[in-house]
Design a protein around this ligand. Structure first.
Ligand SMILES: *Cc1c(COP(=O)(O)O)cnc(C)c1O
Length: 221
């Protein structure tokens, strides 16, 4: 068995056990296999196994790999996780089904324009900068409700919120903050939890886990 497939199966097992420990029936979080920097050779075993949700960080790289793969595997949903520049929106809207990194109004406006023009249905997460970190993207938590309203007035299909907690800190308080914010906005989806903390994210109702190195191995670049 290819290592990416066995890694995914192992992670699915851990998630199942954690959900059992938490006594949460009917809780089915989605795993996004974050394939950035990895090639078709490592992705195709997962597609053959029936996995459909994949994540990328760069528009160019995503197009290079996924135009063909999405043609071969029609059920694939591709998730944009990285910082999205407005000049890449046109291409992003062509290849991605979900965007997790909406973090400013200029981007929201541009996305709304392109989605309308191309008649797409793209599901969008607002990225929230819970740690108030200067080097990280995201809307300030206090400004997120008004930003969300602006997005609705642009007809964007906002399905949830997303966060990347600060490095080297307990992620749980941040996961909890995002859950509370999400409930306040009455949104269904929560994108949080990566290789090192996805089991913690399950304690706070994460619905999309973004797992890269745990499935594909360590990234070189
Ligand atoms: C790369 C990346 C991930 C996956 O990270 P791992 O630690 O390898 O699981 C998740 N989310 C975002 C936004 C990323 O850029």
């Amino acid at each position: 068995m290819h290592h990416t497939k066995s890694n995914l199966i192992e992670i699915q097992e851990k998630i199942k056990n954690k959900i059992k420990d938490l006594s949460l029936s009917n809780y089915k979080p989605n795993i996004i296999a974050v394939s950035k920097t990895f090639s078709e050779q490592d992705i195709i075993p997962l597609l053959d196994y029936g996995h459909n949700d994949f994540g990328e960080n760069k528009v160019q790289e995503a197009k290079k790999k996924w135009v063909q793969l999405k043609n071969d595997f029609k059920n694939v949903k591709l998730h944009m996780l990285g910082k999205l520049q407005t000049n890449k929106v046109k291409h992003a809207v062509e290849i991605f089904d979900y965007i997790h990194s909406l973090d400013n109004l200029k981007l929201a406006t541009k996305l709304a324009d392109e989605i309308k023009k191309k008649n797409k249905d793209i599901k969008i997460f607002i990225q929230v900068n819970l740690g108030g970190e200067k080097q990280k993207s995201g809307i300030d938590p206090a400004e997120t409700p008004s930003f969300y309203k602006r997005c609705l007035s642009l007809d964007l299909n906002i399905v949830g919120t997303m966060c990347i907690p600060p490095d080297n800190q307990d992620p749980k308080p941040f996961f909890k903050d995002l859950l509370i914010l999400n409930q306040k906005l009455n949104l269904a989806e929560i994108s949080m939890g990566m290789t090192n903390d996805y089991l913690n994210a399950l304690e706070y109702n994460a619905t999309f886990l973004r797992i890269g190195s745990g499935i594909f191995g360590n990234r070189i670049s």
